[in-house]
Structures are given as structure tokens and as C-alpha cells.
Design a protein around this ligand. Structure first.
Ligand code: GLT
Ligand code: MN
Ligand code: MN
Length: 412
């Protein structure tokens, strides 16, 4: 193949995306509660070892592009859109007004707001640092985000305490830090209750998001399970208002099984919000788009959520790889990840109603006949053959993933 002239590269991308086929229309995509963060498409590719590869983009552009693709909801950190020094000033109100009109112009809704408590130097010691000034400022920031959330008619508020911890052990009192962190959340819930009352709106759903490492060396609430314990610890004044925003990859990062982590949140009634993406076990937070690494595991996750009637947001918490251009973010990343999500969701529906899986599952639940529960060997023998169905179910799920259940075959 001849080298591709620069001015023909984007049309090549468009042609190949088109050739892939199987994409959903923006109308169909809008039927799902898929939310698009400001920070994902505007991530420029920078990191400790990386210079940025993409140009900055405004929230107006992000909203316009989400609307074109068919992502109906937008969410943001306070400082993704309002520079830190403009917070609490008249500039903040100006920007919030611009956000409102841009949402309206593009037919989008704001689903969620979150406070950036990790990037700015004020958070060097974390949002629950020893200094009362830092903690006071953190409370103001959280309250301000709650107020912005109500202003933008959001339903959710997310907390990712990635700086709640330390690099150097022994210098920080963990129990005290956790109490101080609870004070911040309590203040946010109380502000919420007050604003909600004044505005005659429901209170927000406050969702904690865990990540086991990065950017802090040791994080005090590193997993969704640690957060569940924290929610039920007695430190929160309004535990009923607080739940989880698990992220698929963050559970893999500590070596967990995301589906099991989600199940634990579900049985506690705390699965409020869900960050969807993909990546690798026991590696850093690569935030690859959904389904590109673990499609079979994703199918299993969505089977769980569909069968438990999860109806919260699916938040595209993704970072475009450094090899993707500004153009590629909108031409490739966002539409293809939305479509993979929808496809996997629909496949999950097929798995739930698949007659083979259903019969196998029912048989396992019925158990074998003729066992005497007082005799261990008879219990083993009664169920022995049935247990092979576990592996058969897994095979069937693979077949559903590749379309074999609909007759797709290879070189038979
Ligand atoms: C950051 C983090 C994400 C969180 C965001 C919300 S910020 O990008 O890695 O997983 O969801 O604060
Ligand atoms: Mn996330
Ligand atoms: Mn992540």
C-alpha cells in the first residue's frame, strides 16, 4: 500500500468505521442511560512520562459531539470546566450559565457532578489532611459542587478519594483521617438536604468511587468493599444517601472480579452508579474503552446487572489512548464504545433468556435426586454429573459472545 497522504487520513478512518457496520443510530443510543464525562474526551494524553498528544477542547465542543453520537447525558468535575481560581467568584456563575445553555442547545442533561480533590496543590496532603484549613476548604468545595449539581439538575454526585492516604507510612493517623473524610461527606449531604428542600428537588445520590492505587501510594479506602464498610461504619450521618460508583477497571486493578464486587454492592442496595471501561488485572489505571480487553467478562457483568434490574448510569470513564487523535476520539472512540456497550447489553438479554443456560441453571438449582443429606457420599454422587453444567454454561456464554448460538460456525 502507498503511504496515505495526510489529507486523506480522516476519510480513511470514516470509511473503515463505516465498513465495520453494526453501529446504532443516535436515537437508539439515547435510549440507554449512558453518560459522557467531560474529562474523558478532553484528556490530552499527559501523564508522568507523557507529554500531551491532543489539543484541549471546550465543554461546548464536548457536548456538541456527545449529542451527535447520541450520548444523552454529560457529567463533570468542578474544575474540568471552572478554573480553580474562578470557583466561588462571579466567573463561576457565568460558566455555569454557559453550561446550562450549551446543555439545552444540544438536548443533553447533566447527570452527575464531582469535585476534583486530587490535582491541585491544595490536595498534596489529601482532602482530609491534618490542616483544618485544607479540610474547611474541602468542605466548601464539596458544598459548592452539590450546589452546582442542583443548579444543573444532576441526580448524582461522585467522590473519588484517590488522595486519601499517603506515600510514606507512619506519618498519618488513618482512623483520624477517615473520620475527617466522613466529616466532609457529612457536610456535603447536609448542604444537599438544605438545597434540595429550598429548590423542591430530590437530594442527590452520593456515590463513592474506589481505586486501589494511584495517585496516592496507599489509599485508605482502596476498594468498593472498603467503602461499603465505611458507609456502614457509623461515621456517616446520612448513610442512606451514600452509595457506590464502582469502576469496572478499578476492581480488576486489585485483582478482584468486577462482577462479584458489583454483586456485593447490589446486595447492600448500594449500586448507585457504574463507571464502564476495560483494562488489565494488577496494572495501572489504563481506562481502555469497554469490551476491548475482556468482552466475555463484560458480558457476564451485564448479565448480572440486567438480571438485577440495575437502572443507574453507565458512565463512559475512558481515556483515549495516546495513539488516538482529536478527530479519532469522536470518529472512533466514543461511538464504537457506546455501540459495544449496547451490543453487550443486548447479548446479556440473550444470555438471560437462552433456553440452554436456563435449563442448565434450573437443573443445578433443582439438584440431583435421591441424596440423603446425612450421608456425604450420597450427596456427592447425587450432584456429580450435574456439576459439569457449570462448564457448559461458560461454553454457551462464549457461543453467545461469538454468535454461535445463532448458527455462526467456523470451518465445520
Ligand atoms: C479520575 C479517576 C476516575 C474517576 C474520576 C472521577 S477522576 O479520572 O481515575 O476513575 O471516575 O473523579
Ligand atoms: Mn472512574
Ligand atoms: Mn479508571
Amino acid at each position: 500500500m502507498d503511504p496515505i497522504p495526510q489529507n486523506q487520513q480522516t476519510s480513511l478512518i470514516d470509511r473503515l468505521v463505516q465498513a465495520c457496520g453494526g453501529s446504532y443510530s443516535p436515537e437508539v443510543r439515547r435510549r440507554y442511560f449512558i453518560t459522557g464525562p467531560q474529562w474523558a474526551p478532553s484528556y490530552e494524553g499527559q501523564a508522568v512520562f507523557h507529554a500531551p498528544v491532543r489539543a484541549p477542547i471546550t465543554f461546548e465542543k464536548v457536548m456538541e459531539e456527545y449529542a451527535k453520537v447520541g450520548v444523552g447525558y454529560w457529567c463533570t468535575h468542578d474544575t474540568d470546566v471552572i478554573p480553580t481560581n474562578d470557583l466561588f467568584t462571579p466567573r463561576q456563575e457565568e460558566i455555569v450559565n454557559r453550561i446550562k445553555s450549551s446543555l439545552q442547545k444540544n438536548g443533553l442533561k447533566c447527570s452527575m457532578v464531582t469535585t476534583e480533590t486530587f490535582h491541585h496543590p491544595v490536595w498534596a496532603g489529601g482532602p482530609a489532611a491534618e490542616s483544618p484549613d485544607v479540610r474547611e476548604y474541602a468542605k466548601r468545595r464539596l458544598a459548592n459542587t452539590v450546589a452546582i449539581g442542583h443548579e444543573l439538575e444532576a441526580q448524582f454526585c461522585v467522590y473519588w478519594p484517590g488522595m486519601l492516604g499517603y506515600y510514606i507510612p507512619g506519618a498519618v493517623d488513618e482512623t483520624q483521617t477517615l473520620r475527617w473524610f466522613a466529616d466532609g461527606l457529612n457536610a456535603a449531604c447536609e448542604t444537599d438536604i438544605e438545597i434540595a428542600k429550598n429548590k423542591n428537588r430530590p437530594t442527590l445520590k452520593h456515590c463513592m468511587e474506589a481505586k486501589p492505587f494511584e495517585p496516592q501510594g496507599e489509599i485508605l479506602l482502596p476498594t468498593s468493599d472498603a467503602m461499603l464498610a465505611f458507609i456502614f461504619s457509623g461515621l456517616l450521618k446520612h448513610p442512606d444517601m451514600v452509595g457506590l460508583n464502582p469502576e469496572y477497571l478499578h476492581e480488576l486493578m486489585w485483582g478482584g472480579e468486577p462482577r462479584a464486587a458489583l454483586a456485593r454492592a447490589l446486595v447492600c442496595g448500594k449500586l448507585f452508579h457504574f463507571d464502564i471501561n476495560d483494562g488489565y488485572r494488577l496494572k495501572h489505571d489504563v481506562d481502555i474503552a469497554i469490551g476491548l480487553v475482556n468482552p466475555l467478562d463484560w458480558l457476564n457483568v451485564l448479565v448480572l446487572l440486567r438480571s438485577h434490574n440495575y437502572n443507574g448510569p453507565f458512565n463512559l470513564d475512558y481515556k483515549p489512548p495516546r495513539t488516538t487523535s482529536n478527530y479519532g476520539v469522536w470518529a472512533v472512540s466514543v461511538p464504537t464504545m457506546v455501540d459495544r456497550f449496547i451490543t453487550l447489553w443486548e447479548m446479556a438479554g440473550e444470555a438471560i433468556s437462552d433456553p440452554i443456560i436456563k435449563e442448565a441453571t434450573d437443573a443445578l438449582k433443582a439438584g440431583g435426586a435421591g441424596a440423603d443429606p446425612r450421608d456425604v457420599n450420597s450427596v456427592v454422587n447425587a450432584n456429580k454429573e450435574l456439576l459439569s453444567l457449570h462448564e457448559l454454561i461458560a461454553h454457551r456464554l462464549f457461543q453467545i459472545l461469538i454468535g454461535a448460538h445463532r448458527g455462526r460456525t467456523y470451518s465445520l
